[in-house]
Design a binder for this molecule. Structure first.
Ligand SMILES: Cc1cn([C@H]2C[C@H](O)[C@@H](COP(=O)(O)OP(=O)(O)OP(=O)(O)O)O2)c(=O)[nH]c1=O
Length: 192
């Protein structure tokens, strides 16, 4: 049995390392991430995690772990911004409001799949022009859903969350440990 991280996200690899889980191989999935017409954020996010796990090549005894993090403003899905202009648009839309961050995790072994999604409510402070421009200059928004990373400089813009911090960063660790255990991964045992 090998553990395969079906994710190219460095955050997910680091979060797993935090709980002593080191994948035997990393295989970033290549899937179409376009939302379907009128698809709601939570079902979109769960579908993405599932499709990522299914897209990764693995032996039948291997465990594949994939995840998706989606930022939702009401029914609107805020993906990874294409450029600084779109990042600014997302941040202004979230300024002074609450939004949700959904992270779905999918663990696959053979024909079996274990899934969970975790929804966290995040408050963003009302951003001044100076804060917005300074944050955009850091380039920390690149490659991140919604155009920010709570674990980086954007931490200064987020006074409050209700839910799971690790889920916002990209992988809810408690739920992930439960799913890995269900799939037969020796979570708390000595591993060779
Ligand atoms: C909201 C938020 C997202 N993110 C990141 C986590 C994810 O890497 C990214 C969301 O994109 P995802 O599509 O979930 O993941 P990814 O494309 O980076 O990697 P892969 O599909 O190969 O697993 O946004 C943060 O790092 N901090 C945050 O606060």
């Amino acid at each position: 049995m090998k553990l395969i991280l079906g994710s190219g996200s460095p955050r997910r690899r680091e979060l797993l390392a935090q709980i002593g889980v080191v994948a035997d191989d990393i295989r970033p999935p290549d899937i179409d991430e376009a939302p379907a017409t009128r698809e709601l954020p939570r079902s979109y996010c769960a579908r993405m995690a599932r499709e990522k796990a299914l897209a990764v090549r693995a032996d039948t005894d291997d465990i594949v772990l994939s995840a998706d993090t989606t930022v939702a403003l009401g029914r609107r899905i805020l993906g990874k911004p294409a450029d600084a202009g779109e990042a600014a648009e997302f941040l202004l839309a979230m300024s002074g409001r609450r939004h949700r961050v959904i992270t779905a995790v999918a663990v696959k072994r053979g024909a079996q799949m274990w899934e969970r999604d975790v929804v966290t409510t995040v408050q963003m402070k009302r951003l001044s022009d100076e804060e917005l421009n300074a944050y955009l200059t850091t380039n920390d928004w690149q490659g991140k859903a919604g155009g920010y990373g709570i674990q980086g400089p954007a931490g200064a813009l987020i006074p409050w969350i209700s839910g799971s911090f690790t889920a916002v960063v990209g992988l809810p660790l408690a739920e992930t440990a439960t799913l890995l255990t269900a799939a037969g991964y020796p979570m708390w045992k000595d591993r060779p």
